[in-house]
Design a protein around this ligand. Structure first.
Ligand code: C5P
Length: 233
């Protein structure tokens, strides 16, 4: 079976709604998905999600919830109510936290993707040792991905290096959302476990998340089109 094609999510990591919307207006005829993270959401609030939805694009609200089960379930409900199409929570919160969120929200928005965060792509062995997790990054990612699946999540965020082991262990329909993507020749910034768009697509990524290589390019639209060409879109 040919795997479904990889989709591009552009991370709107900017400091104002005006800048975010200018990027979306420039990119929306070639990019369907945009990610609103903590920086933009904390400044601009739910209005930015509603403005993106009014432009007809899909929104990944990347707030990485981690709290008691009821609080996470209600935060996911609020995210879906303002129009988010993909929402995430830390899988390290445990399968009960995830199951509570999934059970509360599945029926109201069956189309929405509920995604667990495994290990941040900026974390390496040194970071895991520091926080006392007795695993390699790959072992930790697989453990958290299994917890997310047990709780009923649709998939996980992970680095491109863990796509194949996750699909092998948890099945090809369990979605993987992959940040830490760097087109050949671009700076790695603070990302540690990186791959190119083409490598991530070949490994089976359902979504790749790209921020700085597109937003900080001299011509963001040309940069987005180059990424899309690399993933065969
Ligand atoms: O600029 P860059 O392409 O590195 O942006 C990657 C985006 O993906 C950022 O918004 C970052 O917060 C997010 N992210 C990540 N690692 C994760 C989850 C999300 O880099 N595990």
């Amino acid at each position: 079976m040919t795997p479904a094609k990889t989709q591009l999510i552009v991370a709107l990591d900017v400091d104002s709604a005006a800048k975010a919307l200018a990027h979306v207006d420039r990119l929306k005829d070639c990019v369907e998905w945009f990610k609103v993270g903590k920086q933009l959401f904390t400044l601009e609030g739910p209005a930015i999600v509603r403005e993106l939805k009014a432009r007809g694009v899909k929104v990944f609200l990347d707030l990485k919830f981690h709290d008691i089960p009821n609080t996470v379930a209600e935060a996911v409900a609020s995210s879906l109510a303002i129009g988010a199409d993909m929402v995430n929570f830390h899988a390290s919160g445990g399968s009960e936290m995830i199951r509570t969120a999934v059970e509360k929200n599945r029926a109201t928005r069956p189309d929405a993707l509920l995604i667990g965060v495994t290990v941040l792509t900026s974390m390496d062995q040194k970071t895991l040792d520091e926080i006392g997790l007795p695993f390699t990054p790959e072992q930790a990612v697989l453990r958290f991905a299994a917890i997310a699946q047990k709780g009923g999540a649709d998939g996980v965020v992970c680095s491109a290096w863990e796509i194949e082991p996750i699909k092998k262990a948890l099945g090809s329909s369990f979605k993987v959302v992959v940040p830490g993507i760097r087109p050949g020749g671009s700076a790695s910034d603070d990302q540690k476990r990186i791959m190119t768009p083409a490598q991530a697509a070949a490994a089976g990524a359902d979504f790749i998340v790209v921020g700085r290589p597109i937003l900080q390019a001299t011509d963001p639209k040309a940069a987005a089109l180059a990424v899309l060409a690399e993933i065969g879109r």
